[in-house]
Design a protein around this ligand. Structure first.
Ligand code: MN
Length: 289
């Protein structure tokens, strides 16, 4: 099981220097995998990232949230087309990095919508995701749809909604991505969504209720990790945390990162890596009970 870290813990700049610093710090903090944000996969420095991954012996994954200009639930065919082109490019970047997972809010824009998704918008989303999944299958990449809270999408706010969406798109490399920060807002508990998703669960984000240090908010991580153990989850578990101390202009503003929950990211990352591994180690002993 790979324990990962979102690169925005380390830097908001993904030029050649940024991708390298993020990899070095991810390794030093004790993680196995780095998740690069691909908000703009066309300018991401894939060559620098490949070299940093090799140097620091790390695996990679990538995530993104679509924007209004690339919203695949749009009624404008040109916008949906731009979204598909961006997602296809993101799949290619993941494959070029030797990665196995592209995840995030890739089935709509990542933003607060002021109205429910339309029937036509939902159809556009499903058709696009089906085609992106087919392209990803050719490149050996899995596509995981991140279930997020109501202020960041109007399409998938609960695991059950994601399961219904998947049943209609029905691709073997398409799955669910759960995030404890969002589950804590929308789900009935931290256990049922994991069991409901079960074999469809491909990717996990571990984030605290305020997105700061793990264990200092209201997320019930004990219950969540017991649920992962119950379904024998083996996919990546990636730490996600944001503070105004490290800013990527597009992503940080969308997520509402206004406060400084930490300043020392070396300490934050080392703590998160140890925290996640400690939970997994403890829960693995349940088989002895
Ligand atoms: Mn997340």
């Amino acid at each position: 099981m790979d324990i990962g870290c979102h690169a925005l813990v380390w830097t908001g700049q993904f030029d050649s220097r940024g991708v390298r610093v993020a990899a070095e710090k991810t390794k030093t903090a004790g993680f196995d995998l780095i998740e690069y944000p691909l908000m703009d996969p066309f300018t991401f420095d894939t060559v620098a990232a490949r070299s940093a991954l090799a140097e620091y012996d790390l695996k990679a994954s990538a995530s993104l949230g679509l924007s209004e200009a690339t919203d695949v639930t749009s009624s404008d065919p040109a916008v949906v087309e731009a979204g598909e082109a961006l997602l296809i490019r993101a799949v290619d970047v993941v494959a070029d990095l030797g990665g196995k997972h592209l995840c995030g809010v890739i089935y709509s824009a990542m933003r607060k919508y002021m109205e429910p998704v339309s029937a036509r918008g939902l159809e556009n989303s499903k058709r696009t995701i089906g085609r992106v999944a087919d392209h990803a299958a050719d490149r050996g990449v899995n596509i995981a749809l991140e279930v997020v809270n109501r202020y960041e999408t109007n399409v998938l706010n609960t695991a059950r909604q994601a399961i219904m969406y998947l049943a209609e798109v029905d691709r073997p490399n398409l799955g669910v991505h759960l995030d404890t920060y969002h589950m804590n807002i929308e789900e009935s508990d931290m256990f049922s969504p994991v069991l409901d998703a079960a074999t469809s669960l491909q990717y996990v984000h571990v984030g605290e209720s305020h997105r700061g240090y793990l264990g200092t908010g209201s997320v019930d991580f004990d219950v969540f990790f017991k649920a992962l153990h119950r379904i024998s989850y083996r996919g990546p578990i990636t730490f996600e945390s944001f503070s105004s101390a490290v800013v990527a202009p597009d992503l940080s503003r969308m997520l509402g990162i206004w406060r400084t929950l930490w300043t020392d990211n070396d300490d934050l990352g080392a703590h998160a890596s140890a925290y996640i591994r400690d939970k997994i180690k403890a829960i693995d002993t349940i088989r002895l009970h």
